[in-house]
Ligand binder design. Structure first.
Ligand SMILES: [Mg+2]
Length: 213
């Protein structure tokens, strides 16, 4: 028996040890840290920062191919094993991420997660404009997506769980039965103190005890 039917994983710094957009910026030779910090401090709205960073980076299809490989090579050591076990117990595993879909899809395939279960920001290199208007590119995007996906699957709030490292993940606690903070890559005090369950180690395996009872 499982305590939850639907598990949402954040991607960056939860399933993999990297932050995809930061890696694309480094590869492009641009420094977006000031913008990222401005968003984290609340000095700039997330959607403005999202646009500004990508306008500086201008990622190409080749960059996304490279990023997909990087996500795979920097996966949390037991991510694939934990997802396989959850799926074997009939738990539906989804990814909900503010990262870029073309980079995350190959990683999801590697983890055994079908494309329709991956919720991230689509990005068309020839027409990036719609990406900047996507809900997951703004504050409050994760709870909106989680609620929408879970309602479509008829999974009540108490049967949903979300695991992530960031404040945008914590925002979704109101629409899930359990929020699990993951500190295996980055430990954030705001998340650690607010989470009712917190994984401080480097592996995702403790999640199995929470989900599968
Ligand atoms: Mg994250």
């Amino acid at each position: 028996m499982s305590a939850y039917d639907l598990v949402f994983f954040d991607c960056d710094s939860t399933l993999s040890s990297i932050e995809g957009i930061d890696e694309l910026a480094t590869r492009a030779g641009v420094d977006v840290r000031a913008l990222t910090n401005a968003a984290m401090d609340g000095r700039l709205p997330m959607e403005d920062v999202y646009r500004k960073r990508l306008e500086m980076i201008k990622p190409s299809p080749a960059d996304f191919h490279w990023l997909g490989d990087l996500y795979i090579s920097t996966a949390i050591a037991d991510a694939k094993e934990v997802i396989t076990k959850l799926s074997a117990c009939k738990v539906a595993v989804h990814i909900v991420s503010g990262g870029l879909l073309p980079g995350i899809l190959p990683f999801a395939a590697h983890l055994g997660i079908a494309p329709e279960r991956v919720h991230a920001v689509p990005y068309n290199c020839d027409n990036p404009e719609p990406a900047f208007a996507h809900p997951l590119a703004s504050n409050g995007g994760k709870p909106w997506v989680v609620e929408r996906v879970a309602a479509a699957l008829n999974v009540p709030r108490e049967r949903r769980l979300l695991i992530g490292d960031g404040v945008s993940d914590l925002e979704a606690s109101a629409v899930v039965g359990q929020f699990v903070g993951f500190g295996g890559v980055v430990e954030r005090e705001a998340v650690k103190s607010a989470a009712t369950q917190y994984i401080a180690g480097k592996l995702l395996e403790p999640l199995l005890n929470i989900v599968l009872e």
